[in-house]
Design a protein around this ligand. Structure first.
Ligand SMILES: [Cu+2]
Length: 67
């Protein structure tokens, strides 16, 4: 399953690393691609998108599912 997210508040590559780490540490995630300029992320894996949203938001980046 591939999930697309819109992520607020990423300002530098450090933010990208934070977001990547918070997603990659979740069980079931196989690949993570974070786009700083596009303020978005694509995540592949067997995981509910709500869990990903929760993890990123908790790291300080308000996130929503992108259609
Ligand atoms: Cu930053």
């Amino acid at each position: 399953m591939k999930h697309h997210f819109h992520i607020e508040n990423m300002k530098c590559n450090g933010c990208v690393v934070n977001v990547e780490k918070s997603i990659a540490s979740l069980p079931g995630v196989t690949t993570v691609q974070v786009d700083l300029e596009g303020r978005s992320a694509v995540v592949e894996g067997e995981i509910a998108p709500e869990r990903i949203i929760q993890a990123i938001s908790k790291a300080g980046y308000p996130t929503s599912l992108q259609a």
